[in-house]
Design a protein around this ligand. Structure first.
Ligand code: FES
Ligand code: MG
Length: 591
């Protein structure tokens, strides 16, 4: 089949118009005619464009794509293409048990098979909810067909008693209010639901808003399109324009590897800092880069991103929500500010055929409360700090969400203002934490450092978003909200906790967290980027030896076949939690 694919000027000719194989051509034609496409259309030489549909009833965040796809089709037709819409494995961040972290790589695998094995010349990737975006970009990267992403758009702003309520972020607050007896359970549900007033993805700067903004910063979406709220008319219009544009991209042979270069990734890292992006971004972008064959490391996030100021004032780091972000100018306004400091590789090509510099130069900030000019940022250094030590080879901390309470309580040592020491309280997975956190016998106090292990890609298949742990009720009642949290899992992008997360290697892969004991003293030095258990080298070696003899860190049994398969081949969070064997398959459409 590989040779057949290159039979004509368009890849789809190998299926529908292949003189060297008339029997198969008839068979392919026969079945795609069966719902009403004509032979003339299928043999017209028009590009055949897939619409990778991530929306469904099971995926409410992306469900609006079912509507938008109609406008995408009209755009494709208008530009002289033929649309074939197909479903991709659903991913719903909040609905999937045990975690949607399992599904990114599964949807990726499915998309690769579809793009490689069916008569498609280009594809529109419908993105939105957290992992739908990296899954679609990763699949397109591996196959390397001309591809363009279309965001479903965020929800409208949520409101409750005159205040903005943001997706996810309000849950943390509502939980604390309920624990403190300020609201009952009915009030809790009402408050949480107020944050989701329309179709679309999370309206905070969580992983969804982050990844959609970064897909635009990478050049894979039409400029200015990432932030348009889902229900707005502009969203329908950009769906149409995206459909038109992908047909041109096929004629131009503009492929993911042409767009997503190292420069594009550096741009994305800087935009991520400026928007206060999610700690899931390094996982997804590092993984995406590996599928493209672009060198990108966890250290690059600190190198390129740490000094970049925070410009976007969105919850959880700030005050506003996605609708405000759109009205303030969205990604182009942010990029234009970064360009003024020379922080953007302006020559990076994008999906519309122009460079990111040409697309964003002069983009105005429409509301300086929401997007700050670069000379008046919210925070000077907003990127991630990468930490290393005997606890792990790497973990990251989002500097932009360190609260005043946290700073006052932990970072107030005049001699060493960026370091703190504390007593480790170790939890093995989220269930253990939920059972024991409020039990006085666990003995958490205001000098404790909470550890979550067994929550990485192997330990908790897919890696759970559980590292941010609330303090016990008895401390909350005393007004102590932020305890330092460290772990080998992920954290929801909608949480504002100053956690140290994505620790790699995880406990289940023999990382230092596996040998940590409750009661150990740990020292975290944010200035020097170190995180260590304060034990001797001999003791450290002995504990590692004992762990090995015990057969390693024990984790729960697989629940599904995919959990077992993925656990056997998944990389650590620092390298994208990708399926290692998939990395050697690149540029399949050119193969
Ligand atoms: Fe889907 Fe937040 S849960 S975007
Ligand atoms: Mg999430």
């Amino acid at each position: 089949m590989t040779n057949d694919i290159k039979a004509g000027p368009l890849r789809s000719r190998a299926w529908f118009d292949n003189p060297s194989n008339p029997d198969m051509t008839a068979l392919y034609l026969e079945r795609y005619l069966n719902f009403g496409l004509s032979q003339e259309e299928l043999q017209s030489g028009k590009p055949i464009i897939g619409i990778a549909q991530t929306g469904s009833d099971l995926s409410p965040c992306n469900r609006h794509h079912l509507e938008l796809a109609k406008r995408v089709r009209e755009g494709i037709r208008e530009a002289g293409g033929i649309a074939l819409e197909f479903p991709v494995h659903p991913i719903q961040e909040t609905g999937k048990r045990p975690t949607a972290g399992l599904d990114r790589n599964l949807a990726y695998l499915g998309l690769v098979e579809v793009l490689y094995g069916y008569p498609l010349d280009g594809v529109v990737l419908t993105i939105g909810c957290d992992k739908t975006t990296p899954a679609m970009l990763m699949g397109a990267a591996t196959v390397n067909l001309p591809s363009i992403a279309l965001s479903v758009g965020p929800m409208l702003n949520g409101w409750f008693r005159g205040e903005r309520t943001g997706s996810g972020t309000i849950v943390w607050k509502a939980r604390e209010m309920m624990a403190a007896g300020e609201i009952d359970y009915a009030g809790f549900v009402k408050l949480v639901a107020s944050s989701a007033p329309s179709t679309g993805y999370c309206n905070t700067m969580g992983t969804a808003s982050t990844m959609n903004s970064l897909a635009e910063a990478l050049g894979m979406q039409l400029p200015g399109s990432a932030a348009i709220p889902a229900p707005y008319r502009d969203r329908q219009e950009v769906a149409y324009l995206t459909g038109k544009r992908i047909v041109e991209m096929v004629h131009e042979d503009l492929k993911p590897t042409d767009i997503m270069t190292k420069d594009a990734f550096i741009n994305a890292i800087r935009v991520n800092s400026a928007i206060g992006g999610s700690t899931n971004a390094p996982i997804h972008l590092n993984g995406l880069a590996r599928h493209l064959g672009v060198e990108l490391t966890i250290d690059d996030w600190q190198t390129y991103g740490e000094e970049v100021p925070l410009l976007v004032n969105l919850q959880p780091a700030g005050e506003y929500l996605a609708e405000d972000y759109y009205h303030a100018g969205g990604v182009p306004a942010v990029v234009n500010q970064l360009m003024e400091r020379g922080l953007i590789h302006e020559d990076a090509p994008t999906a519309n055929g122009k460079t990111i510099g040409d697309n964003c130069r002069g983009a105005i900030i429409e509301d300086e409360n929401v997007i700050r000019p670069i000379d008046r940022p919210l925070i000077d250094h907003a990127g991630f700090r990468v930490l290393k030590g005997n606890l792990f080879d790497s973990a990251i901390m989002k500097l932009s969400v360190i609260s005043k309470e946290f700073r006052d309580r932990y970072l107030s040592n005049a001699d060493d203002p960026m370091a703190f020491e504390g007593k480790a309280i170790v939890f093995d997975g989220p269930e253990d934490y939920h059972h024991r956190i409020d039990d006085p016998a666990t003995a958490v106090d205001e000098r404790s450092v909470l550890f979550m292990r067994g929550a990485g890609p192997i330990g908790y298949p897919g890696a759970a978003e559980v590292v941010n742990m609330r303090a016990p009720d008895y401390l909350l009642k005393r007004g102590i909200h932020s305890l330092p949290c460290i772990g080998d899992g992920r954290q929801s992008g909608t949480s504002g906790s100053p956690s140290i997360l994505n620790a790699s290697p995880e406990a289940a892969a023999g990382g230092g967290l596996a040998i940590l004991k409750t009661g150990d003293m740990v020292r975290i030095d944010l200035g020097r980027g170190t995180a260590n258990i304060l034990i001797s080298d001999e003791e450290l070696a002995e504990r590692h030896k004992a762990l090995e003899e015990a057969g390693g860190y024990a984790y729960p049994a697989h629940q599904t076949p995919w959990q077992e398969i993925q656990r056997g081949i998944v990389s650590q969070l620092s390298t994208g939690a990708v399926l290692e064997p998939a990395i050697s398959y690149q540029r399949l459409a050119q193969g």
